[in-house]
Design a protein. Structure first.
Length: 198
């Protein structure tokens, strides 16, 4: 968003004005982003609605919303993550637990303290890896992974070719894979092996 857009968002004092401004400005963009993430437009629309409801609740609670777009996207990403976790837990439970056998069933491993700590440390390591990328490489990676832009959109925004975008994303993903290998204590994968593209 441009500085002008942020300034306009800050000038909106009434709650109705805030909601109208944020809805009109970001709804379609956020819907398209989520539709690509969950591959279902109806589910994406539900997630957009929930994202808006949570941002509105934060605004009503008196929380200062300096960057509504960033808050919407962060909220939406968190909802997608929660949705995937719930689906994963339901899938594992349906296979491993019969009706009436719920007693003594442990909660998901993802909620155990050591798993949460390892996850936080892993996240910090990945963030540090991304921060260490060359600036243009980091920009392309963030635009692709976090903003959900296509190669062509990134190329247009950065003024580079789509081939250069591919190369920058490959460098970034290699750095992330190396970080993951280090976290898991695995031997680094050879550069010659094909991996899933970014």
């Amino acid at each position: 968003m441009t500085r002008h857009g942020y300034a306009a968002a800050r000038r909106v004092h009434s709650l109705a004005g805030f909601v109208r401004f944020v809805f009109e400005r970001y709804y379609r963009e956020l819907l398209n982003f989520l539709a690509r993430s969950v591959r279902d437009r109806d589910t994406a629309a539900d997630l957009v609605q929930e994202s808006y409801a949570r941002v509105l609740a934060a605004q009503q609670a008196g929380q200062s919303v300096q960057d509504p777009r960033a808050l919407l996207y962060r909220t939406a990403r968190n909802l997608v993550i929660d949705r995937h976790r719930r689906a994963e837990v339901r899938g594992e439970t349906a296979e491993s637990v019969q009706d009436g056998e719920w007693e003594g069933v442990a909660g998901p491993r993802s909620l155990e303290p050591d798993t949460i700590l390892a996850s936080r440390e892993g996240l910090a390591a990945v963030v540090a890896t991304i921060d260490q990328l060359p600036p243009r490489c980091r920009e392309a990676f963030i635009l692709y992974k976090f903003d959900g832009l296509s190669y062509a959109e990134i190329a247009a925004r950065m003024g580079i070719s789509t081939r250069t975008v591919e190369m920058q994303l490959r460098i970034a993903m290699e750095a992330c894979w190396r970080c993951q290998d280090e976290l898991e204590g695995a031997a680094p994968r050879s550069a010659g092996k094909k991996r899933v593209s970014p």
